[in-house]
Design a protein around this ligand. Structure first.
Ligand code: FAD
Length: 343
């Protein structure tokens, strides 16, 4: 079958306990853009048990069509039945592009499905666009148009790689949560809802879930915060984060941190910003005692306004900061908190 027979942009609409994950809306936003460039439609693939009513939400966030695979076996995520369901949808509907969120579920599901449908997968993408794939002209290869160009950090964030999949379909990518923009929902928008039954066999039941232990979340979601007061190794100790908490409190913000802080055991990993942490885009990002390593900057450079406080005037964080204060954070941060309180 020729590659040209594969049509449409598909996104995996991840849900847990019948609540859609935010990344599903982000993928729809990006999927819509890609579909416009390819003059095609966006389809959300919704897999679960009793999930059909979520289709309306997907339509409001841009899905033209929703393919629903609904079966009691799909109540909780397990690799085998989910991979069977998604691979069957791909084999049946033949999308040109298949996007999956790079969540814990997506990082398991995406590669399993790509191997099953015999195509490649670019993991953890931070940028996707339609463009020409520059093949090796010297070797007599023809340029391929309208390819999905998938960009991701590589070699520990030291380089940015753009990868294409010109010889197989679908072109598959997992996409970092928090990077793509969702569209403003259109109330009352409707999608064409199609129910698809891939058929399940006993082989789809390798894993039986005995118990689900939910992580106790006692930390705010830094991806939703409008103001982040982020601290690095320069803060010096777990106790000294009190300075940042006080500042965050007067600003109505949330505390986050660099990886060095997590490695020192000062704050939990939920609060880590960066390549191996979360990607954030608050209205204001305070980087306090953070040097500005490339892996940290990758997670916060799209913030609307960046304020850096560092005692080293050559710290790389000042290269991405809109405002920089050179000095000792132990003096600057309390002074800032007091001044803001007085306002
Ligand atoms: P440092 O680099 O040690 O910087 C501390 C800063 O504090 C310095 O600039 C110093 O001048 C300043 N300072 C010290 N005392 C004061 C004071 N009293 N007042 C003012 N300033 C002061 N890092 C992340 O953050 N997020 C990630 O997701 C991430 N992922 C990674 C993935 C890989 C594969 C690798 C290899 C690394 C990753 N890192 C990540 C680590 C990253 O390379 C850096 O090591 C880390 O970001 C450094 O944290 P920091 O800026 O807090 O500490």
């Amino acid at each position: 079958m020729g590659l040209e027979e594969y049509k449409g942009v598909f996104v995996f609409a991840q849900q847990v306990d019948n609540v859609l994950d935010g990344v599903a809306f982000e993928l729809l936003g990006k999927g819509k853009e890609l579909a416009k460039d390819l003059n095609t439609e966006v389809t959300a693939v919704l897999i679960g048990s009793g999930v059909k009513e979520l289709a309306d939400q997907l339509a409001e966030y841009g899905a033209d069509r929703v393919i629903v695979v609904d079966d009691p076996q799909l109540k909780d995520y397990r690799t085998e039945p989910y991979a069977h369901a998604l691979a069957s949808v791909i084999n049946e509907y033949k999308p040109e592009i298949m996007l999956v969120g790079a969540t814990a579920i997506g990082r398991d599901l995406g590669p399993t499905v790509s191997a099953r449908v015999k195509t490649g997968l670019t993991a953890d993408c931070t940028m996707l666009e339609i463009g020409d794939f520059p093949l090796n002209a010297a070797a007599g290869q023809e340029q391929q148009h309208n390819q999905l160009l998938m960009t991701r950090p590589a070699f520990g964030g030291n380089t940015i790689a753009t990868i294409a999949c010109p010889y197989n379909r679908p072109q598959m990518a997992t996409v970092r949560p928090g990077v793509m923009q969702k569209i403003a929902p259109i109330a009352g928008a409707k999608a064409n809802v199609v129910e698809y039954n891939p058929g399940f066999t006993p082989n789809d039941r390798y894993v039986e879930i005995l118990n689900i232990v939910k992580a106790v979340k006692n930390t705010a979601n830094i991806m939703d915060a409008k103001i982040l007061v982020s601290g690095g190794r320069g803060v010096g100790s777990k106790e000294n984060f009190k300075l940042l908490e006080d500042l965050a409190e007067v600003l109505g913000g949330t505390v986050s941190c660099s990886r060095a802080v997590v490695e020192n055991g000062w704050l939990p990993v939920d609060l880590q910003v960066g390549q191996t942490g979360k990607t954030v885009r608050p209205q204001i990002y305070f980087a306090i005692g953070i040097s500005g390593a490339i892996q940290h900057v990758a997670g916060m450079e799209d913030s609307d306004l960046i304020v850096a406080i560092n005692k080293d005037e050559d710290a790389p964080i000042f290269d991405v900061a809109d405002y920089g204060l050179v000095g000792d954070l132990n003096k600057i941060v309390p002074a800032l908190t007091t001044a803001l309180k007085a306002e």
